[in-house]
Design a protein around this ligand. Structure first.
Ligand code: PEP
Ligand code: MN
Length: 340
């Protein structure tokens, strides 16, 4: 529910509405706009309370209109948070016109492999090192990641090379542990609706990257983001990584670039594009990375491996350091053309 105050509503009238909402056991969130103030109620309103609230609030002085919001997300919505969220982590900005590039191998495989990856992506201009220590694999016989040892390597390499780190957490019980080792937590596509995981991750207070599940609608994805926000997180990025394709002959998934402008319009959260999982073949990744930037993405998540043929997971979609460097220079040119 959103209460739109009239343009000339006084401070006292606004406060009276906030107090009345509070008397009903609900939290009111005043949202000053250019012309007038809106007051949001971000939590769920018990159905029996709705008609009463509607009636009592709409006749209060200074109230113009009471609007019902039927979307499954509120805190993630631009209605509740009109200005875009800019995430700052240790000197790195994500959002606010900067295109942050997070790059690295699919998985931490060894200290040497990660060190070589980190050095290469940093040199090319990436600001965050990506690498999974816990790998959610389709087959239980595939490489599952180095787990805690992987986290230790990730943290050590991040410090040595001087680059922020992002890694996936797949189990709610591991959130605290992963949060100790990495700068940003990644919630993977397969975990998007693991609600206990979202709650634990939200409570960690860490910056978060929430991937879209392969069959999730935009509303389901934003409702998942709402879990993170409702449980205390205020630094959430949304990552489009491809949805279920019509045809898997040529691409692993279909990168839904429609999602970028749609999300930028409806939410205030930074939007990241992952062309690697989106298309699934290294030769096509640069084109889709550039398309993501052109569509307005606030960042990219790209798999880069020092030796993709030897990668223990997702080698086929991983760029080698040279291809990544070339892509980074094209991204810089595209960004300056778009800004110019
Ligand atoms: C990954 O980033 O390596 C990963 C497992 O991605 P997704 O959750 O999008 O499949
Ligand atoms: Mn991967």
């Amino acid at each position: 529910m959103m209460i739109l105050m009239s343009r000339n509503a006084t401070e006292e009238e606004i406060q009276a509405v906030v107090d009345r909402i509070g008397e009903n056991g609900l939290h009111a969130l005043p949202l000053p706009g250019g012309q007038r103030v809106a007051i949001g109620i971000p939590s769920a309103i018990p159905p029996e309370l709705r008609p009463l609230l509607d009636e009592t609030l709409s006749v209060m002085n200074g109230v113009d209109q009471v609007v019902h919001i039927t979307r499954p997300y509120k805190l993630a919505s631009r209605d509740f948070h009109p200005q875009e969220t800019v995430i700052q982590i240790g000197g790195v900005q994500i959002g606010g016109g900067i295109c942050a590039v997070m790059a690295g191998p699919c998985a931490v495989e060894s200290y040497d492999q990660l060190k070589a990856s980190a050095a290469a992506v940093k040199e090319a201009g990436a600001t965050v090192l990506r690498a999974g220590a816990y790998k959610p694999r389709t087959s239980p016989y595939s490489f599952q990641g180095l787990q805690k040892q992987g986290l230790e390597i990730l943290q050590a390499v991040g410090k040595e090379v001087g680059i922020l780190t992002i890694t996936e957490v797949i189990d709610p019980h591991d959130v605290e542990l992963v949060a100790q080792y990495a700068d940003v937590l990644q919630i993977g596509a397969r975990s998007m609706q693991n609600f206990p995981l979202l709650i634990a991750a939200g409570r960690s207070g860490k910056p978060m990257l929430l991937k879209r599940a392969p069959s999730a609608t935009i509303d389901e994805w934003l409702a998942a983001a709402e879990y993170l926000l409702a449980h205390g997180s205020d630094q959430v990025m949304l990552c489009e990584r491809g949805v279920v394709p019509v045809d898997r002959t040529y691409a692993r998934n279909t990168l839904d670039l429609n999602a970028v402008p749609i999300l930028k319009y409806h939410t205030h959260l930074p939007v990241i594009v992952d062309p690697s999982h989106g298309i699934g073949h290294a030769r096509y990744v640069p084109a889709m990375a550039l398309a993501g930037v052109a569509a307005g993405a606030d960042g990219l998540l790209i798999e880069v491996h020092p030796n993709p043929e030897k990668a223990m997971s997702d080698g086929a979609q991983s760029l080698n350091p040279e291809a990544f460097k070339e892509l980074m220079s094209k991204i810089a040119k595209l960004k300056s053309a778009l800004n110019g």
